[in-house]
Design a binder for this molecule. Sequence first.
Ligand code: NAD
Length: 360
Amino acid sequence: MNKKIAVIKGDGIGPEIVTEAMKVLDKVAAKFGHTFEYDQLLLGGCSIDAYGEPLTDETIARCKASDAVLMGSIGGDTNTSPWYKLPANLRPEAGLLKIRKELGLFANLRPCLLYPQLSGACPLKEEISAKGFDMLIMRELTGGLYFGARKTEEVDGVMTAVDTLSYNENEIRRIAIKAFEVAMKRRKKVTSVDKANVLDSSRLWRKVVNEVSKDYPEVTLEHMLVDNSAMQLVRDPAQFDVMVTENMFGDILSDEASMITGSIGMLPSASMNETKLGLYEPSGGSAPDIAGQNKANPIATILSAAMMLRYSFDMTEEADAVEAAVEKALDDGLRTGDIMAEGCVKLSCSEMGTAIADRI
Ligand code: NAD
């Protein structure tokens, strides 16, 4: 298969970690007989330096003309970088928000997987972490409270602020479909999280999710209230496969879920629209404190590339091979500094990329 990938290395550790993901993709191409064509583009601080703006129309057009976008990270040190002296709409993050909007990315997928080899980094009790867990949180990204009408005004002499939480059935249906589609590629269980005992938007959410579930008889569906979900995530995370929820609940729960894995350098993410086009990036930022030192952990970006193979290209066997190679490297005691443990071998960013590519 021939696929065109828009590659945005970005700022800080971005170029280092994306280079390693490309090394792994090249190995996949050679092994499975594919051709991956890379279109390297600038976004964020590096685009500001080159073109005076964080995202150009040309970059948007070339991302849209690709089969998927693979990205490193955007931004610099917010205290010292001159990028943060610019007006808000010209800063690195403005480019990130704009590309998500331009590509219509409404579903954010964050797998949270605790590798048994790294269970020591999990802050939960050993009896819970020993079981390991492998879940994926799907957060609605373009609706709800963060995008609803808001105002702050004086009402009868008292300052009053209002935010609006609104979802229509189409917005709910498209993310529910995505959740069931993803569950079909995993352990076939969906937990839909809402607050249906209080909120109208949640009652509509639950009704539409129930309707969509009829098209996926193989997938088990359960509904869970958001407060209970927050507790269950730390009590028994192994019970979850795909958790789907609205924007704000997903924002909070996905950070909670990331935290219990214990390592930001291991967590991939994907943002998708209604087509196969997705944007794949590590959950962490540009880590300016370690940029340029060949110290960063490239695994989150390599696993993001595996998600791209699985969800944008339907290359299941290839994605499995990348994920297995990561596990094998961990099994072999190979670690970057952020996940280093006693008795293991410490590798640089590029050495880890090579070690994983060699295990495919
Ligand atoms: P950060 O995630 O960049 O760093 C937090 C800590 O985690 C640092 O100690 C860093 O060294 C470490 N870390 C992160 N990724 C790592 C990796 N792959 N390997 C080893 N260690 C890693 O968060 P921050 O410091 O709050 O933000 C730095 C910059 O990144 C800011 O400009 C912020 O806006 C930006 N940011 C970008 C994205 C994105 O591109 N999607 C996401 C979050 C933050």
